[in-house]
Design a protein around this ligand. Structure first.
Ligand code: SER
Length: 343
């Protein structure tokens, strides 16, 4: 008998760390196997059953994994974020698209072997949207899933296409076969807003100005914000993001009316983030030095997302609004994290 596991790709990123911890804290935690280009950080390593250092582009590695384990659920987190992807668009396409295709293929293979569906959880992003201009951004009501899908970043294009790939493999794969049978992929995706973690810094994103502002202030370092003060986008505290992934994976299939759901918790302008950071860290040295390229990217993202479909179908509800996110989670945790340096 092959061991039943949950597979997490990109597990060494900031979503991965939180996901490992929260899965482990479940009443009946799954066995967890993780795959990342870098070896898993020591603080979460004891929480997983196997940590594999490897590349999602390595199909031999994925075949081996597939033959060794009974993979019940895949959280496919590995990706190059939006700023990194602009500097290396073809590499981003390889990792974000080819890598996802490899994982989808592995899931089909698994489903066939086990005779049961494989739950495939795919974090997508607010970056799939492209607002045409600032006037449209300012006047649009909270944006729902099927409008403004004109991303201006490689990352946004990659995520949007992979949402379609997931839906295609789940619903239409081999539709011209003599006897089409379901592929066995149960593909479920959420479009995250900008995520803010109290414990880790993101790498290579364009919503990073918010977490960077906070972490720099707590660390006693000056920060020059790369977008204008009025730049507004939706955000979410990391614990909500992790909980959303797990709740979506556990939602009954017949409750889901779509394969991709918007998620949001609160929208703030960069100035409003700065005000909250200054209130918590009165010595914070925050200035604004917008860089046109990254400014343009955040300007293309909606100010507000409509996540009513997720609320209706699988009971999604953020626990952290802006006040709770800053007062109960971000500020106290970040303060403790940097306490030894500023004491
Ligand atoms: N936080 C991501 C980024 O900035 C958006 O999904 O790339």
């Amino acid at each position: 008998m092959r061991r039943r596991i949950t597979l997490i790709t990109g597990a060494n990123g900031e979503v991965g760390h939180g996901l490992i911890r929260q899965l482990r804290a479940q009443p009946n935690p799954p066995d967890i196997v993780v795959l990342d280009l870098r070896s898993l950080d020591a603080d979460v390593l004891p929480l997983v059953d196997q940590s594999i250092v490897g590349d999602i582009l390595d199909v031999d590695l994925l075949e081996n994994l597939s033959s060794e384990y009974d993979i019940d659920t895949i959280y496919h987190l590995a990706a190059l974020l939006s700023t990194h992807s602009e500097f290396r668009p073809e590499a981003a396409h390889r990792v974000n698209v080819r890598g996802t295709l490899n994982l989808l293929h592995m899931a089909i293979d698994q489903a066939e072997w086990r005779g049961k569906p494989v739950t495939f959880i795919f974090p997508s992003s607010v970056a799939v949207y492209g607002m045409p201009n600032l006037t449209a951004k300012a006047s649009a009501p909270p944006v729902s899933e099927d409008s403004y899908l004109n991303p201006i970043t490689m990352y946004g294009c990659n995520k949007l296409y992979c949402e379609h790939l997931g839906r295609y493999y789940a619903q239409h794969y081999r539709q011209l076969a003599a006897n089409p049978t379901p592929s066995g992929i149960d593909f479920r995706s959420v479009r995250f807003p900008g995520l803010i973690s109290a414990t880790t810094m993101p790498a290579g994103g364009t919503s990073d100005f918010a977490p960077e502002m906070l972490h720099h202030a707590a660390d006693g370092k000056p920060y020059a914000c790369f977008v204008r003060p009025d730049t507004t986008m939706p955000f979410m505290a990391m614990p909500d993001a992790i909980r959303a992934l797990i709740e979506l994976a556990q939602a009954p299939a017949d409750a889901l009316t779509r394969s991709v759901y918007n998620l949001t918790a609160f929208s703030l302008s960069a100035e409003q983030v700065a005000e909250r950071v200054r209130a918590a860290f009165p010595h914070a040295d925050i200035t604004f030095a917008p860089t046109p390229g990254r400014q343009n990217i955040v300007d293309s993202w909606p100010a507000n997302l409509d996540d009513s479909a997720a609320r209706r179908d699988w009971g999604w509800m953020p626990e952290y609004d802006a006040d709770r996110a800053f007062n109960d989670y971000l500020v106290p945790t970040i303060r403790a994290k940097y306490a030894h340096k500023t004491a």
